[in-house]
Structures are given as C-alpha cells and as structure tokens.
Design a protein around this ligand. Structure first.
Ligand code: ACM
Length: 649
C-alpha cells in the first residue's frame, strides 16, 4: 500500500491537490536523507493543499519580513512568540533582508479568489511565504503554518533535540462563511478575564473569528453598567453550590452570596482589544425578556410581578417547569415586563453603553425561552394588549422585540435574537440565530433575514459527548461524528442570507475552565471545519486522523480535551426473555474493547467484545477499556449493572 503511494506520488506530487494524509512517509526525492514524519494535519481542511517535494528546516536565526501594510504586527507577534517559546530560536522582525525566513505579504492587487480572510501559503525548501488581501488572511495563514510545524511547536517551554522541519506545500485557502462563532456563557458560571483570553487564544487556532459573549442570565449579570450599580452589586452574585446544577437545594437567606463576578467596563475594553488583535470580534448578548432573573433581583421594578421584590439571583435551584416542553412554565417570574415603560428606559441605558463598548456591528438581545405564564395573568400586560391591539401572548413578545430592536438600531447597531423572535410577527430587519434546529434558519433565510446557524442537533457543545457515566449529566448528547455532520447552509435555505455558523457552550454544568476546554475540543474542530471548509472537502475518516494529531498538539499546549472518540458507545436492550443485553460500538474504526465482569480492570489480555453481552447473574459491575492495537486509548469505564438495568427500562 505504502509502496504504491510512493510510486504514484513520485509522479503526481506537484500536480495534485489531495486530501491531507496522515502517513509517515519517507521524504520524497532527497536521496539518502533520514525518514521524516510529514504528517500534514491542518484543521479546518484548506480549500486546496498541494504537497511538494522537499522540506523546510527552520534556521537558528529566524527572520520575518512583512510588507509595509498596516495590521501585520499581530501575525508577526503571534509567529514570533510561538516559534521562540517552543524552539528557543531567535526570531527577528526585519524590514529588509536578502532572504528572510518568512515573508508576510499583503497583495498590491486584490486576489479575487481569497476575499478578505483567505491566504496563500507556500512552504519552499528555503523560505516560507504567506500572501493575502488583508491582514486577517495573513493571520489565518499563520495558523495553518503553525499546524505544519511538528506538534511540539505548541509546547510552553523549549523542546530540545527536535529537527524543526516542515513539509513543502502550496496552500490556497479561504472560508465558506464570514461569521465563525463560538458562544461562551459566562453567566451560569463566571469565568475570569484571563480565562476568556485563553478561550480566544484557543479559538483562533481553528480560525474562529467571533466570540458570542452571553453576558446575562438568571444566574448572573456580568457587565458593569454605569448608573445601574445594583446589576453588578446584586446581580453578579449567587450562592456557591457544587453538584448537579438545576437540582440544588434552594439557598437559605443566611448563605453568603459571594459566588460569581463581573467585568468592569475597563475589562471589557481590554477583552475587545485582545480579541481584535487576534482578528476576533466579540458580540455581546443581553438576554431579555426571559433569562432575566439577575436583572430583576437587582431592580425588581423591571418585573410585572409584585413578589419580585423577594427574588434572588439563581444559584442553580429549580425555577422552571419543563415538563410541558418549551416555552417552560416559570415557577418564579424571570421576565422583564413588556408593559412597563421603565423596562425600555433601563434597556436604553444598558444598550447605549454596550453599543459603545463593543465595536461589533451586532448586539444579540436573546429572546429565547421566555415563559409567558406570568404575563398571561398580569393586568398591565392585558392593558397593553388592548391598547396595542395584540391578540396573543407571542404578539406581546413580538411587540417587546420590536421596541428593543428600535433601541438597538438607534445606537447604530444591528439587532439579533434567538429564533423565538420569529414568533408573533418579526421585524423584517431582525437577524436570527437558529438554535431549535435548522428549520427556523432555513425559513428565516427565505424570508430575507440574516441568519446564523447554531442548531442544537449539531452545535450545542454543552451536550454530553460520551457515555453519561463519565460526564456531568446533561439532558442530551452530541458526539463528535454528529457534530461533524453540521452543514450550516442546508438544502432549502437561501445561502445569500446565511451569514454564519457557530457552536454554543452553555455552562450550567461547567464549573471550571478545564471543563470548558474539555467540552470544546475536539467538537469545535468539527464545527470549524463545517463552517470554514468546502463541504466536498469534508471526510470523516481523514478528519479523525487529523483530530488525533491535534490531540498531540493540545497535549503540548496543556489544553484539556475529551477523549470520548475512544470510549465505547454503550446501548442496552432486553432480549425476548427480558435478559439485559449490552451492545458496544465505537465512534472511530480500528479499536478493540476489552471487558470484565469480575470487578478487576481489564487490559488487552481480557475478553474482547465481539457481540452483545449479558452479565453473569451475580455480576455487579461491567468494566471496559478500548485499545488501538497494543495501546490503551480509551478511559477505564466502570458501569454498575444496576445502572444498566435502569437504563434498559
Ligand atoms: C438557547 O439555547 N436557549 C438559546
């Protein structure tokens, strides 16, 4: 197989664009040179990648020359920092040089293929050249270049005894979508400014360019608003609880409300600048009229419900009844009152300041999951309906959304909301984030609304990615292979109006930043490839190979990720005679699962799974481990039989 590859590639290597192959192949056409590991594993998959003969070896003194255009300093800084940190080599930025190591060039004449974010990357035996129309393209080209280095380039300290060789390639690359987002919910759990910066550092490696910052919710208000001090004195703080969020015992009055935090306006400016320096925009979300308990606990007069004076910021106790589905029944009224003029004055103050702090063109105003049961019985809302001729409660929400949009537009910004804003009569200029599946986005695009696709089915990274026994419990699952099937421009949509795709990371069950990373990676690889790469370039098997290479990178970067692709997928059934049957599958090929029922930890000398298992009568525990050949790759998974019996019910 390998021989055939070599013969074929000897003839075709210059001419052929090919899917990236993760093969340790001898270097081509360089006589007696030693074997080189030339894994090419760029994520997201470039539009075109041609492998050429030879390799580039990083010299002792690395010089980076940039064309005189503005905006390249960020790319120079990024490259210099990575190279110096991991290789220990000296990197200089030069304006003139005979033969600089790396050239970053902004085209004098626009290269129409590349657009504003595309780039060409040429790695030759003695020089690397990145060209682009705009600085953003250079920055994304730099990300691909870093991915051509040996995986040790991600190390946070100097790695000795490495030959810093790169395969010679010609890459032409540009994104499918201009909005490539990750949503970070810092309301359910607060994450520090430094953690947000690391989030941004992590996302740019995979060419995400939009951080959707979910700043307010029932559990916290996270942004300082001048003139509304209680939002952060009261609204940013809850009682620290640990366990399964949503089931917490309601806090008592004497428990300290010291858990949480907020970003000052200076913090926000710093984050916006930090993101801009990495070609990332930050879109703020102020989630109203639902999800507003933190605001109401701060200013109860924003509610239609008199009992709101006793409301507190949620600490993870139950406040909604979801048994009927969405929208939920509220047990406490977490909605702003649509019939209260003070609400619109409040929102004007908030939006004025938010619009000044965030240069991005959109402000996201939420609109999701607003329970209507308190509105239905409220006299102020009834009077509003009569006055405005509103026939239904969804029309009341639509009235609210339109007024909010007017405020947003009056500050020079565009209005975006979750897809519930389509109900009850949406304004024609509203932009929609489709989360309850693709269908709302498809319809909205046909109705000429700008749409960002972030459907639960493919893009909810708070969902469990492995068996529930290893994960904090969430009500739904989303494995990597399903995430990889995300197509943000589905059949039936008007592609002209699909402006972006993104994944959402809600943090109810995410209590620390290591878990943030675990939930993001590798599923955000799949999202990035789905929103950057041409659909015909996507290939699951090849993607898994590249993902495994990137696991090595994340190891060097000390970024946490989920190894769930190596864990077995466990399905339980009952046979005709009611016996428990346990079926195992794996998400990726080439793995073997070994098991025990005797409480000991299996290795590859234990029985190998070949078909449905029925536990011996007295067994209390099934333990599983996955191997790739002789290497254990999965986690040891221990499943109480009683738990499996319950699942089979
Ligand atoms: C959402 O997930 N409630 C937008």
């Amino acid at each position: 197989m390998k021989k055939i590859f070599l013969i074929v590639s000897a003839f075709l290597f210059v001419a052929n664009s090919y899917a990236q192959s993760i093969i340790n192949e001898p270097e081509i056409a360089e006589g007696d040179s030693p074997v080189l590991q030339t894994q090419i594993a760029i994520i997201p998959e470039p539009v075109s990648l041609m492998k050429k003969a030879g390799t580039f070896t990083l010299p002792e003194n690395v010089s980076i020359q940039a064309s005189k255009s503005e905006g390249l300093q960020q790319s120079i800084n990024f490259l210099s920092e990575r190279i110096e940190t991991a290789t220990g080599k000296f990197v200089s930025s030069v304006t003139t040089a005979n033969h600089p190591t790396i050239k970053l060039i902004i085209n004098n004449q626009t290269d129409s293929q590349l657009g504003t974010e595309g780039y060409r990357l040429n790695v030759n035996p003695t020089q690397i050249v990145i060209t682009a129309n705009k600085p953003a393209g250079i920055f994304w080209g730099v990300q691909s270049l870093i991915q051509l280095f040996p995986v040790e380039i991600e190390s946070k300290e100097v790695v000795e005894k490495i030959s810093w060789k790169l395969p010679c390639v010609d890459v032409i690359d540009y994104p499918k979508l201009g909005w490539r987002g990750l949503m970070f919910d810092v309301a359910r759990h607060f994450f520090t400014k430094d953690e947000v910066k690391v989030f941004i550092d992590n996302m740019v490696r995979y060419k995400f360019n939009l951080l959707h910052f979910h700043l307010t919710d029932d559990e916290g208000w996270r942004i300082e608003i001048k003139g509304l001090p209680k939002l952060t004195e009261v609204g940013a703080w809850s009682v620290k609880k640990t366990g399964t969020f949503g089931d917490f015992i309601p806090p008592t009055a004497d428990e300290p409300r010291t858990y949480g935090g907020f970003y000052t306006q200076e913090d926000i400016k710093e984050l916006v600048q930090y993101a801009q320096d990495r070609f990332v925009n930050i879109m703020p979300e102020i989630d109203v009229p639902g999800h507003s308990l933190a605001a109401i606990a701060s200013y109860p007069e924003l509610s239609c419900t008199p009992e709101a004076i006793n409301y507190k910021v949620r600490s993870g106790e139950k406040i909604m009844d979801w048994s009927r589905g969405a929208p939920p029944l509220a047990l406490v009224d977490n909605t702003l009152c649509p019939a209260n003029e003070k609400v619109y004055t409040f929102l004007d103050t908030v939006i004025t300041q938010v619009a000044k702090l965030f240069p991005f063109e959109y402000i996201h105003m939420g609109g999701d999951e607003a329970p209507h049961n308190f509105w239905e019985k409220n006299d102020q809302v009834k009077a509003l309906m009569q006055r405005e001729g509103l026939k239904t409660i969804p029309q009341v929400q639509a009235y609210f959304e339109k007024r909010v949009e007017k405020i947003v537009v009056s500050k020079g910004k565009k209005f975006m909301g979750w897809d519930e804003i389509l109900e009850g009569g949406v304004s024609p200029t509203a932009s929609v984030m489709s989360w309850r599946g693709l269908k709302y986005g498809i319809q909205a695009s046909k109705d000429k609304h700008n749409v960002v696709m972030s459907p639960t089915d493919f893009a909810y990274l708070d969902y469990m990615q492995a068996d529930q026994i290893t994960e904090p419990r969430v009500y739904a699952s989303l494995r990597l292979n399903k995430t990889y099937q995300f197509n943000p421009i589905p059949a039936g949509a008007d592609p002209k109006y699909i402006i972006g795709g993104q994944a959402n990371l809600w943090t109810e069950q995410i209590f620390n930043f290591r878990q943030v990373q675990y939930m993001l990676w590798p599923r955000a690889f799949a999202i990035s490839e789905s929103i950057w790469s041409p659909i015909e370039k996507k290939n699951w098997t090849n993607f898994v190979d590249r993902t495994e290479e990137h696991f090595k990178r994340l190891d060097f970067a000390e970024t946490k990720y989920s190894p769930a692709i190596y864990d077995p997928i466990i399905t339980v059934k009952r046979s005709a005679d009611k016996q428990l049957m346990i079926e195992l599958a794996t998400e990726v090929n080439g793995l073997d699962v070994y098991y025990s029922f005797d409480n000991s930890s299996p290795d590859r000398f234990y029985p190998k799974y070949t078909g449905a298992l029925t536990p011996p009568k007295d067994a209390g525990m099934l333990r599983l481990i996955t191997y790739k050949g002789k290497q254990p790759v999965g986690r040891l998974i221990s499943l109480p039989i009683a738990d499996l019996q319950k699942r089979a019910k």
